[in-house]
Design a protein around this ligand. Structure first.
Ligand SMILES: [Zn+2]
Length: 567
């Protein structure tokens, strides 16, 4: 454990200096303090402890070490973070940890070698370059995004990679070759324009291959993607974000398109604040990555029913995640690539004229001067109302409710009571699909009041260094904090259990200094909070027993409730 590559990296890189590359930190006693990069705040509650090599935010509850900081900040998997930090620390992963290198590092090297191969092949393939020319993609864009060509042969890439020394099993693991039923290896990408997919720091982690039209037999799919690997997660990666991060920041918003061609043509037209999803619908994970750069999103859509439905899902997801969303209309054009090819200035005008998402819904569902008695119209009114109710910002919701009342010609109160009727289903979490990754359990959980009190209390007794007079309060602490208390009393500062370690982290960073009278007050508050929670539980139990007609349970709960101390 002591000599693991992660440990070695943590020893080499100074956490405070490292985090200073991302945010401003001010000294605060033995620790450092700054504005949290993971939630919006005006007063700093993000603390870094150089002694422990950890960080913690008292605002949103996130915390961890060097690795978890990088993983959260850049939305990376552990393997990616390991590779990047090893490079920064000047540690060669291949040497210190052949196993880690084989699991992650090797996949980057294989993808990089494949990209070079595809690029060299494009130079030789007139037919492929002719196609790119027809799509109006200029050589500068092709070079900048390292577009290549996979020859139409079953073993071109595979043979090349094995010749330069890679193990066939690893090339299979990278998803570049596959085996057929007879066990013969063949190239996954054949006769395709190859778009490398870079992760957010610019390393190639996979590919999308588009079949050359004249080779399209219709049985392979127009687009083929690399399979998911330890370094390639489609639901997380935004295509082009490694290049467009800063333009997006500068422009104060991101233009989201669907595919690589849309991205490249948009970029080429001079609008560089663009991103694309590759081979998947927009996910919460994508939005988490994007939020590092902006919380404003401009969407467009393909002009058909499928495109409109995909657009609606993207709008609803982004609004629920508190993004400001606008919709750009493409007029008669099929998609953004099509629009730019015909008129390089078109997109800029369309984006400048983009309408807020609620306006888009009004226009789509609620034609002006509609008959209010029409059942169909009412259903649509409810649909739009439901969408407004899902908006994360209450102020915005209120604004659009007024607008909707105006538009539909009904009173605001009528609309509000209609909304109240909808409130329950609408307030439920957005529908889970496989595209939406569930939030990590426990991540960014709000602490209960009793947990907050326990945290302050333990911080105070650690500072005082006195654990003797506190036996009486232990019983009232939340369970995890009882364990933390025991760890601290033993004089330990770490726990192998990450949940407990996270709490220790928070407590040791607070270092609360309080006079004995205040400490006594805090103890009393914890006890009262415990009793309040307990009374609430019993009241719930009483209601449950009443409803289910469980007489014995009802009597017991009532008795317990009566015996509860009132003060
Ligand atoms: Zn925070």
């Amino acid at each position: 454990m002591e000599n693991s590559p992660a440990q070695l990296i943590k020893e080499k890189l100074d956490l405070v200096q490292f985090i200073k590359n991302y945010i401003v930190l001010q000294p605060a006693g033995r620790n450092f303090k700054g504005l949290c990069p993971f939630h919006h705040e005006k007063t700093p509650s993000f603390m870094v402890s150089p002694d422990r090599g950890t960080w913690h935010c008292f605002g949103c509850g996130l915390g961890g070490d060097l690795f978890s900081f990088v993983m959260k900040y850049d939305n990376l998997e552990f393997g990616e973070a390991l590779k990047i930090l090893a490079e920064k620390a000047g540690i060669e992963l291949r040497r210190v940890s052949p196993q880690e290198y084989k699991q992650f590092g090797l996949l980057y090297d294989i993808n990089a070698a494949a990209k070079e191969f595809f690029r060299a092949e494009l130079e030789k393939a007139d037919v492929a370059r002719k196609y790119l020319g027809e799509r109006k993609l200029v050589p500068e864009t092709v070079a900048e995004f390292e577009v290549g060509w996979a020859p139409n042969a079953s073993d071109a890439l595979g043979k090349h990679l094995i010749n330069i020394g890679f193990d066939p099993a690893d090339v299979i693991r990278a998803g570049l070759i596959a085996k057929n039923e007879r066990g013969l290896a063949y190239d996954r990408f054949r006769g395709r324009i190859m778009f490398p997919i870079h992760n957010h720091i610019g390393k190639v982690v996979g590919f999308t291959g588009r079949i050359l039209p004249q080779l399209d037999t219709g049985d392979m799919g127009k687009y083929v993607n690399s399979p998911e690997t330890p370094v390639f997660q489609k639901s997380k990666l935004l295509y082009g974000f490694w290049k467009s991060k800063n333009p997006i920041r500068d422009a104060g918003g991101a233009f989201l398109v669907e595919g690589q061609m849309d991205f490249l043509m948009t970029w080429q037209s001079g609008m560089k604040n663009v991103i694309a999803t590759s081979g998947t619908a927009l996910t919460s994970e994508h939005l988490r990555s994007l939020r590092r750069a902006t919380d404003r999103l401009i969407l467009s859509f393909d002009n058909d029913e499928a495109g409109l439905n995909a657009l609606e899902r993207a709008i609803d997801l982004a609004e629920a995640e508190d993004f400001g969303v606008k919709v750009a209309r493409l007029g008669e054009y099929k998609d953004p690539a099509d629009a730019v090819a015909a008129d390089p200035e078109f997109l800029k005008k369309a984006v400048a004229a983009a309408v807020p998402a609620p306006q888009f819904y009004f226009d789509r569902y609620l034609p002006p001067k509609a008959d209010l008695k029409d059942r169909d119209y009412l259903a649509k009114l409810r649909l739009v109302l439901g969408k407004l109710m899902r908006m994360a910002s209450a102020v915005e919701r209120d604004l659009w409710m007024r607008e909707l009342a105006d538009r539909a010609g009904v009173g605001l109160e009528t609309l509000q009571s209609e909304a109240a009727g909808l409130a329950e289903p609408a307030a439920a979490a957005p529908e889970r699909s496989d595209d939406i990754a569930p939030a990590a359990p426990g991540a960014e959980r709000q602490l209960t009041r009793r947990e907050l009190l326990a945290e302050r209390y333990l911080a105070a007794i650690v500072t005082a260094g006195d654990f003797t007079s506190d036996e009486d309060v232990i019983f009232y602490l939340p369970e995890a904090y009882r364990d933390v208390f025991e760890i601290l009393r033993r004089g330990e500062r770490h726990s192998p259990d990450p949940r407990l370690d996270e709490r220790l982290n928070a407590i040791l960073l607070v270092g609360e200094d309080m006079p004995p009278a205040e400490l006594a007050q805090l103890k009393d508050q914890i006890r009262k909070e415990y009793l309040r929670e307990r009374r609430e539980d019993l009241a719930t139990e009483v209601r449950r027993a009443e409803l289910s007609g469980d007489e014995a349970a009802l009597q017991k709960a009532l008795l317990d409730l009566k015996e509860m101390p009132t003060k």
